[in-house]
Ligand binder design. Structure first.
Ligand code: NAP
Ligand code: GDD
Length: 347
């Protein structure tokens, strides 16, 4: 019997939070991994430096290529060179608030970038290549009833980021239907980790409160405290991405925890774990949290962190993934917060 060939995966967005966890998972599964990294003037490989030789950009199963999904030619060339078994498109301008400031750029990367990859698979006639699209719960946007959302819930995006993700979602479905490409959508609800970017709310809260506890920062300023999110751990969600591409047929999948928390709850849980006793006072934009021991205001609000249109409620029903993919989240919200605090405290 000949030796089994290793599977080859190509990851766009390898330097991001999810790219790093997915790369770790696939290396454990003995894949050969190719990742696409953008050129930047400062280092952007912090999250994956432990996986490869950052000077020569490789280890024997892990290779990094310069590329950008705004550049159709380079995207096609990389896919042609590697002819991967699996492509994971995790690349995006992924910040919802930023998409209000840079809408055209967001659409170019988050919507058209996905199309460029799908079109490359089509042009190169890669019949065996499977495609994963990082779709998002942000696509649901304005939801009527506050109930768990599933694969059948209609989309009503509230930002150009959400609109772009809806485009990329439908592009994947369309290339599946029109050209028979194995293209699947993972509709992932918010997922966080110690590797989360510092301007997303969970990381901002954990980093801010740890720094306040250490005496390195006086105050944390936030926006809407009452948005409800379904927060999971990125490590669990990387497993779902892989499972989605191992399923016998291409399909669309909600990945979530089916638990809800407000931003304010997340603050309270984090403060409690840090033994910071806080009391909330005031209303609207004047709401503040006071440190009971020092009597000082340690959290206040600023309208610059509000969005012109907000997504008030996101909670996902992942029963299809549980049943057919045998996927479920393992890490609880409490454990997620502990993991994030632990890393932040060591800094
Ligand atoms: P992230 O940390 O912001 O990572 C985004 C990745 O995309 C980074 O590697 C970034 O590179 C890369 N990228 C940005 N523009 C690019 C371009 N023009 N060409 C090539 N690469 C580019 O996001 P994440 O949290 O890991 O999320 C991964 C994906 O899942 C994103 O598509 C996001 O929209 C989606 N998603 C995330 C969540 C969540 O809660 N985390 C939920 C649902 C869906 P740099 O490092 O150089 O910036
Ligand atoms: N970023 C941020 N900063 N958000 C704040 C703040 C703040 O100071 N204060 C309150 N919020 C509220 C936001 O208004 C939003 O309702 C909620 O906290 C979560 O914001 P983010 O952490 O920025 O995440 P998001 O839900 O907008 O988007 C994330 O999840 C999507 C999946 O639903 C991103 O990871 C997207 O890429 C992802 O698709």
């Amino acid at each position: 019997m000949g030796k089994k060939m290793k599977k080859v995966a190509l990851i766009f967005g390898i330097t991001g939070q999810d790219g790093s966890y997915l790369a770790e998972l696939l290396l454990k599964k003995k894949y050969i991994i190719h990742g696409v990294k953008r050129r930047s003037s400062s280092a952007n490989t912090d999250r994956i430096d432990h996986l490869f030789d950052s000077v020569n950009f490789s280890n024997k199963n892990f290779f990094i290529h310069y590329g950008d999904i705004s550049d159709g030619t380079s995207t096609l060339n990389i896919i042609n060179k590697i002819k991967p078994d699996e492509i994971y498109n995790l690349a995006a301008q992924s910040h919802v608030r930023v998409s209000f400031d840079v809408p055209e750029y967001t659409a170019d990367i988050t919507a058209l970038g996905a199309l460029r990859i799908l079109e490359s698979i089509k042009i190169l006639n890669l019949r065996k290549t499977k495609y994963y699209q990082a779709s998002s719960s942000e696509m649901y946007g304005l939801v009527g009833k506050r109930k768990s959302l599933n694969e059948k819930t209609p989309f009503h995006p509230r930002s150009v980021y959400g609109v772009s993700k809806v485009f990329a979602y439908h592009a994947a479905v369309h290339y599946r239907e029109a050209y028979g490409i194995f293209a699947s959508n993972g509709i992932l609800f918010n997922h966080e980790s110690p590797r989360r970017g510092p301007t997303f709310v969970t990381k901002k809260i954990v980093q801010g409160l740890v720094r306040i506890k250490k005496g390195l920062q006086k105050k944390l300023t936030l926006g809407n405290l009452y948005a409800i999110r379904d927060w999971g751990h990125a490590k669990d969600y990387a497993v779902s991405m892989w499972k989605i591409l191992q399923h016998k047929k291409a399909d669309d999948w909600v990945i979530a925890t089916n638990k809800e928390n407000t931003v304010k709850n997340f603050v309270n849980l984090t403060a409690k774990k840090l033994s910071l006793r806080i009391k909330w006072v005031g209303k609207g934009l004047n709401e503040k949290a006071i440190n009971i021991e020092t009597k000082k205001v340690i959290i206040d609000l600023d309208k610059k962190f509000l969005r012109p249109t907000e997504v008030d409620f996101l909670k996902g029903d992942f029963s299809k993934a549980r049943k057919k993919l045998k996927w479920k989240p393992v890490i609880t919200t409490n454990e997620l917060i502990e993991d994030m605090i632990e890393e932040e405290i060591l800094k």
